[in-house]
Design a protein around this ligand. Structure first.
Ligand code: GDP
Length: 296
């Protein structure tokens, strides 16, 4: 899990406070210095860390906390609450169209996990009784269409493709017609990614957006890419507008700071977390559970 290093450090620091009958402002300052370092080391965005620490400190040095019978535990509770708030407080669900099909556009950099996650989401929706349609809108990456077809086959969800010679905008429009005709109530459009954001990619995504007016634009973000992932998220949000984020590769072993910064920086909810390569490895993102997992 990406937060292992961070979790260990935070738990160490906070356990020192836990046992104390009396906690001074100096103890709080010392603990917060350690928490700050741990977050920065995990590659959480600097400004996000600063705001987080200030909020915790402000609440923790209040006399009702320090003079309570269990100051250490109260402070740990505050850290837990602020960490939960940082990740969005409550679980944020998908928006379904009042008149189907619900159109979901999957966007993100190449390799972030769009194709895999589209399959995972299709599987999850199917389990909920929906009739999803996967749409192969990435015509540039060799084998992307084939990959989506394989994934579709594995989750038993149809895949709409017009090959790689038709423009993604036309594919998306034709897919919508197909979904209407065939009673697919959710349409998941896999789009192209690049290794870096470029204007042509953004323009194409904007054109698809205007053509099919998605109900959800979900940005797929690789949690293992640190600060970079947050910059990517911010750029996509500025240029395209996203409705939610899916964090992938939370099962990885790198620092995972992106996962903690992305909500604060974009102000967009993290809707799902992907924790592995298998098509079952997707779950709704619960900020409170994630905070408790990190704090032990
Ligand atoms: P795309 O280029 O954005 O469509 O990315 P892909 O869906 O092809 O995924 C890129 C790689 O990341 C593939 O090898 C996936 O198996 C892998 N991957 C995707 N999601 C996860 C995840 O949650 N955990 C792990 N460990 N690997 C993942």
């Amino acid at each position: 899990m990406v937060f292992e290093g961070l979790a260990e450090k935070l738990q160490n620091t906070l356990s020192k406070l836990k046992g104390k009958g009396k906690v001074s402002e100096k103890d709080v300052a010392e603990a917060m210095r350690e928490v700050k370092l741990a977050l920065l080391e995990a590659d959480v965005n600097f400004k996000v860390v600063k705001d987080f620490i200030n909020k915790v400190k402000e609440r923790a040095v209040g006399s009702d906390v320090l003079e309570s019978l269990t100051p250490g535990q109260q402070i740990i509770k505050i850290v837990n609450e602020e960490l939960t708030a940082l990740m969005g407080t409550t679980q944020s669900k998908l928006t379904f169209a009042s008149k189907p099909p619900t159109i979901i556009m999957m966007v993100g950099l190449q390799g972030a996990g769009k194709t895999t996650t589209s399959g995972k989401l299709a599987k999850m929706l199917k389990k909920q009784g929906k009739r999803p349609l996967l749409v192969a809108g990435d015509i540039y990456r060799p084998a992307a269409i084939k990959q989506l077809q394989v994934v579709g086959g594995q989750v038993d969800v149809p895949v709409f493709t017009l090959g790689d010679q038709t423009s993604p905008v036309e594919i998306a429009k034709a897919a919508l017609e197909h979904a209407n005709k065939n009673g697919n109530d959710v349409m998941l459009v896999d789009t192209a990614g690049r290794l870096h954001i470029d204007e042509a990619l953004m323009e194409e995504l904007q054109n698809i957006k205007s053509a099919i007016k998605p109900h959800e634009i979900l940005l797929v973000v690789d949690s293992m890419t640190g600060q970079d992932a947050v910059n990517v998220a911010q750029h996509f949000n500025d240029q395209l507008g996203v409705d939610g984020v899916i964090l992938t590769k939370l099962d990885g072993d790198t620092r995972g700071g992106a996962a903690l910064s992305v909500r604060a920086v974009t102000n967009k909810p993290i809707k799902f977390a992907a924790l592995g390569e298998k098509l079952d490895d997707l779950e709704p993102f619960h900020p409170d559970r994630m905070a408790s997992r990190i704090l032990g």
